[in-house]
Design a protein around this ligand. Structure first.
Ligand SMILES: [Mg+2]
Length: 359
């Protein structure tokens, strides 16, 4: 089998309210890989908030696509290495990592289809469904928005809910967490997300105010470039730290692990150089007794949790409109059944490209 063409584009999609208060739109850089045997692979990178999507598309089109045309798509590891090592002076993080991710996901989709297997079974399955947590609670939400969203996820059976703690006053954040906890009751555990907004002292003060809520984790406390500071926070606070959504490869995750900077790692398959690298990160974490809870794109991440014994929860943000993907996997009783369809099991809905294409 040979790759004959790759069609790539940017789709711009608006989430519903209240998420739209913080993000008017998200963008997906989509790559559809065609072969001489008629099989097609779909890959994409979600560019959360949309910034940089056009640059991801340009890198994919101009630097990575030419490396794949004419190649056997089943040689995924070989092609990953070819793309990863293609530009010596460009680090495969950020823009380049997201472009590589979209193509790697598309290659794995093809491999699954060629084998007639869903990816998690091709890789060796450990479970047929992935538990999820409801995620949101953005900084611009009113308390009513916050509780409304948390209760909506709880009504879907989610036993976990994660919210942002973005207010500059740590006591204001404590009050918001307390209000949600009271509304949800003891059946739903909670996590909080700092999104890199605090320093060491700020995190120590904030985490101390949240200890009473028995949180599952305390996420991304410091600038994600600074693993040393993250390790200092992890050693200084009593809530387990989670991080990794802005880490891009096995080396960055190895450093987090060696520094004991987090008890939960959160690779994003659309940032961390695709499924290929995410699985390596997951296996590395397993060797250190660290759990993996992949970042967003739950519809892709369920395949990762389906094959990693140390896979924990996928992150459910149900922001996508119903006319974007066909048969988007759904949360039932707090869990998402992994599709039986070959590959990752996702296909763009008819008319989705025409409706959402922006570049
Ligand atoms: Mg986060």
């Amino acid at each position: 089998m040979k790759i004959t063409a790759i069609e790539a584009c940017v789709l711009t999609v608006a989430p519903p309210k209240p998420m739209a208060l913080d993000f008017p739109h998200h963008k997906l850089v989509v790559a559809q890989i065609a072969t001489d045997e008629g099989l097609q692979g779909l890959g994409y990178s979600l560019v959360f908030g949309g910034g940089g999507a056009e640059s991801v598309l340009a890198y994919l089109e101009t630097r990575l696509k030419p490396l794949l045309i004419g190649e056997d798509p089943l040689a995924v590891e070989k092609l990953w290495e070819k793309m990863y090592r293609g530009d010596r002076g460009v680090r495969r993080v950020g823009i380049a990592g997201m472009a590589l991710s979209a193509l790697d996901i598309g290659l794995w989709d093809l491999a699954g289809k060629a084998a007639g297997l869903p990816l998690y079974k091709l890789w060796g399955a450990v479970r047929d469904s992935a538990d999820c947590y409801g995620s949101g609670g953005w900084g611009n939400y009113t308390e009513k928005d916050l509780i409304g969203e948390a209760e909506r996820y709880a009504a879907m059976g989610c036993r976990y809910y994660k919210m942002k703690i973005h207010h500059p006053d740590p006591e204001a954040n404590r009050k918001r967490v307390a209000a949600v906890k009271k509304a949800l009751g003891p059946g739903v555990s909670m996590m909080v997300d700092v999104n890199q907004k605090l320093d060491l002292a700020g995190n120590i003060r904030q985490a101390a105010l949240l200890e009473e809520f028995d949180l599952v984790w305390y996420e991304e406390p410091v600038n994600s470039d600074d693993n040393a500071a993250c390790a200092e926070v992890a050693a200084a606070i009593r809530i387990p730290v989670a991080t990794g959504e802005n880490h891009y490869n096995r080396y960055e995750f190895r450093d987090l692990i060696e520094r004991r900077a987090a008890r939960y790692l959160m690779p994003d398959v659309c940032r961390a150089n695709g499924y290929s690298e995410t699985l390596k990160i997951g296996h590395l974490a397993a060797a250190h007794g660290v759990r993996v809870s992949p970042h967003v794109v739950y519809e892709l991440s369920i395949q990762v949790c389906g094959t990693l014994a140390n896979g924990f929860l996928v992150e459910l943000m149900d922001w996508m409109p119903p006319d974007l993907f066909e048969a988007l996997p759904q949360c039932v009783n707090g869990s998402i059944r992994i599709p039986d369809r070959p590959g990752h099991g996702l296909a763009l809905a008819k008319g989705a490209v025409a409706k959402y294409r922006s570049g």
